[in-house]
Design a protein around this ligand. Structure first.
Ligand code: COA
Length: 148
């Protein structure tokens, strides 16, 4: 496995719109990639996730500071036919590294629906801790903190 995250380009934006989660996952991850690409006109940066030369997923992080040192990673998906092979975890690691390198971030914030247990376990396994017991806009919000 060689997972890479790369900015979506002229060459792969359409292929990214064809990536799909499973039917059941649409209840916890309802917005399609085309939505995130439209939003990225204003909130950057849409990223394509590759395993070697295969496009396997999509993610988006914001280059806009939300609060002092806080940056959001609003979406991460792996196409249903490539899930469960460790790609989501590797991609999230790569995104964290990229955000640390390119943004002066002290915390990365990430949210998921409370019934999205796979996302919760994945985020927790890389150090994202709940910032409150209450849901925020219907989501569990987690933060990964850097430094002390
Ligand atoms: C969440 C998501 C990105 C995970 O991607 P993935 O490539 O399937 O995940 P990985 O194979 O890297 O597995 C990550 C962890 O979740 C666990 N996991 C993956 N699929 C699972 C499943 N169906 N049931 C239980 N655990 C599962 C893995 O065992 C792994 O844990 P480990 O590291 O302790 O072994 C993917 O399921 C997805 O795209 N879901 C729909 C979109 C979504 O909900 N995104 C998150 C909210 S923004």
């Amino acid at each position: 496995m060689t997972i890479q995250v790369r900015p979506v380009s002229m060459d792969d934006w359409f292929a990214c719109t064809q990536l799909q989660v499973s039917e059941e996952q649409k209840s916890t991850f309802p917005a399609p990639v085309v939505y995130w690409l439209a939003e990225s006109r204003f909130v950057k940066d849409p990223m394509a996730i590759y395993n070697d030369s295969d496009l396997v997923g999509f993610a988006v992080y914001s280059d806009q500071e939300h609060d002092e040192g806080d940056y959001w990673l609003p979406a991460l998906m792996i196409d249903s036919k490539y899930q469960g092979r460790g790609y989501g975890k590797e991609a999230l690691r790569a995104l964290i590294q990229r955000m640390q390198k390119t943004l002066n971030c002290k915390r990365i914030l990430i949210g998921h629906r409370p019934d999205n247990h796979v996302a919760g376990v994945l985020y927790e396994s890389l150090g994202f801790q709940r910032i409150s017991e209450e849901l925020i806009d219907g989501e569990v919000v987690r933060a990964l903190k850097f430094g002390i």
